[in-house]
Design a protein around this ligand. Structure first.
Ligand code: FES
Length: 190
């Protein structure tokens, strides 16, 4: 008659083992989840923002401004700059080049602090001939706003970065003013 008791005890032991096994399994998986949580997670949105921020910081290339291609033979247009020391620089240029890029490509003293985005007045030039000035497309509101900030503003003032050479402007003469606002390219870097 002891058999059922032995059997019952065996069954109880088995049940105990089963509970222990269940606990062990649960407790062994918990550290795994904890471990997974402690994995260095990549905050996707933040990383993307950071990467794009780094990209935007590296997009300012010195070659973007002040680079002009030499004109093709027979297609030269001429523009003359009168620098702050009253020296003249007659240059052969291509149609489409703007005065800021031309000046910088030839090491003339024109700051172009905003990089040609019409947000400063450091590329201020004074067109020497009223007739030539009248051939230019009229300055837009942004250019007029910036011109209002220019030192030595005249009736024929323009922003060099906004004036693009065309056949109509062949022979243009512009003077670089003796002073510009004290802005530098570094003022526009974030
Ligand atoms: S370079 Fe700034 S407005 Fe021309």
């Amino acid at each position: 008659m002891s058999t059922p008791r032995v059997l019952r005890q065996s069954l109880q032991r088995l049940a105990q083992h089963a509970r222990c096994y269940s606990k062990t399994t649960t407790s062994s998986s918990a550290p795994l989840r904890t471990h997974q949580k402690q994995q260095p997670r990549l905050p996707t949105a933040w990383s993307t923002t950071q990467i794009s921020a780094r990209r935007s910081l590296s997009t300012s290339s010195a070659l973007q401004h002040g680079h002009v291609d030499p004109p093709k033979p027979g297609e030269e247009l001429y523009v003359t700059f009168i620098d702050k020391d009253n020296h003249t620089h007659k240059l052969a240029v291509s149609a489409g080049d703007n005065l800021l890029d031309i000046a910088q490509a030839h090491d003339l003293e024109m700051e172009g602090a905003c990089g040609g985005s019409c947000a400063c007045s450091t590329c201020h030039v004074i067109v020497q001939d009223q007739d030539m000035y009248d051939r230019m497309p009229e300055p837009d509101d942004d250019e007029n706003d910036m011109l209002d900030l220019a030192f030595g503003l005249t009736e024929t003032s323009r922003l060099g970065c906004q004036v693009h050479m065309t056949k109509e402007l062949d022979g243009l003469v512009v003077k670089l003013p003796s002073m510009t606002r004290n802005l530098q390219a570094s003022d526009f870097k974030s």
